[in-house]
Write a new protein. Sequence first.
Length: 119
Amino acid sequence: MSEFVRDGIRAGRSGELPGCGSYWLLFSGGAGTPPISLEGGTLPVFSTAGEAICFALVEGLQPGWIPRGVPAEELRLQLLEGSLGSFTRFALDPWPGSASDGTIALVSIEREAFLGGRI
């Protein structure tokens, strides 16, 4: 199994790709590390690993950010009862550059809308 590595940002191994009903988050390391948080407590949520990688590269994130697939049910539980409970906004497939140019608000929704409509 191979990994895609560019500028220190690594995609997961091909055998670890999640199936339908999964989302991709950017993590700064191994298990137990929190995902990236953008300004205002916004969690970027991606539909593919490629989208997450492009976002990380264009935004100039430090090397070591890893896109990791998270099953929808696990994400919902973490948002309701776990370590992701502090996130109040969600950026849905933000395009590369949107965090730095201020347009990320165009693809961001509130917590209640995300939990009610996406999961």
